[in-house]
Write a protein that binds this ligand. Sequence first.
Ligand SMILES: Cc1ncc(COP(=O)(O)O)c(C=O)c1O
Length: 443
Amino acid sequence: MSTPTTRELYDRYVIPTYGRFDLRLARGQGSVVWDEDGKRYLDFGAGIAVTSIGHCHPRVLAAMRAQLGTLVHTSNLYYTRPQAELAERLVRLIGAPGKVFFCNSGAEANEALYKLARKFGNEGVPPESKHTVGEIIAGPACRTGIIAMDGSFHGRTLAGIAATGQEKVKKGFEPMVPGFQHVPFNDGPALLAAVQEPGVVAILLEPIQGERGVHPASAAFLKLARELCDRHGLLLMFDEVQCGLGRTGDWCGWKTLLGDASVMPDAVSWAKGIAGGFPLGAMWASDRLVTLKAGGTVALCDLLGPGSHGTTFGGTPLVSAGANEVLAVIEEEGMLENARALGAHALAALRALGSPLIADVRGVGLILACELVPDFATRVFTLPDGKAPALFLVEALHAAGLLTVPSGTHAIRWLPPLNVSREEIDEAVELLRVTLERLTLAR
Ligand SMILES: Cc1ncc(COP(=O)(O)O)c(C=O)c1O
């Protein structure tokens, strides 16, 4: 009997929640991966913004090998040095006092945000409350509403899909977790109206929306969100799972958009690139003081006290040692500067392609998108019926040896490692140019 192929094993044994491309990847090095047949691909998807310093960086391998032979896991019943040092590093990188909670993924990091907001709304005294203390304690004045954005993506847990501003992720999983409402992204008046609703406790947004075409928040919108949170006593929560920790050329995506630190959120979620490919999520909360209905005050970052939240694997010594090294490498090897410089280079080179199939090129640092023209399907005669143009192009690029990620139906995303080289960017641009030309000529 012949050995089943990887694909056959998947078809038989893996629950088919993903629409996978027909590629069987076997190994990686830097910005390159190879499939089981030895074919080379430039990896400009980086596992959807995860392998932030490329595959198999020698410093991360060394740090994790050392930790692997020392202590892998203890649970969070005990203290471990790598987690403590990682928390300190993250607080330093964000540039404001606070504390960090560790988990395993972006959806979980966001879950920590929602629970923080619920605790804040349930146990904190609303500013200038019109209710008596008795009413507040009895409950009617509890604030639990989170305003999120249309087009957003916050993960696949039940609360994650409720928070996400895209209908397709919710379908079939109703009823939704209550407490989320959505406003159009970057729409100041809509946000202004939404915060007037009773019961609102937080605003949640991705400074750069990644999953529906790479759309940055405007500086004005970020400033308005902060101002409204201050005025109404709300939490401003940023989902930096995809755009944070270096991808924009700054540790904090929102600071790249503003050009400064004039807006600081109350809480932030991270995952994806934080540990360069190992599963880790984290939430930072500021030390802003919360007045409690029960009396007294507590720092926001201490509101989720013992027993209120947790996860077995969050921030193991092994993954924390890896993340510490990944973040040190980004810092010490000039990768923020590289992301800024090569992001600008890639943006210019993609725009210079002048392809009639590309309507727009946008992005910040190394989170970039090429938006395809709305009538893409009529300009390439090989597009199968009903296939999204972005999927079609991503597959055509696979054949050429370039991995990219679809973003919505009409955009392809580039999320290369932060240490990608200028030569690799130029090679990827050339592969895209040749592929687009081939598709256009195929009419
Ligand atoms: C902005 C954002 N938030 C949350 C998530 C969910 O992260 P995870 O897939 O690690 O749960 C993602 C994943 O793409 C994301 O892009």
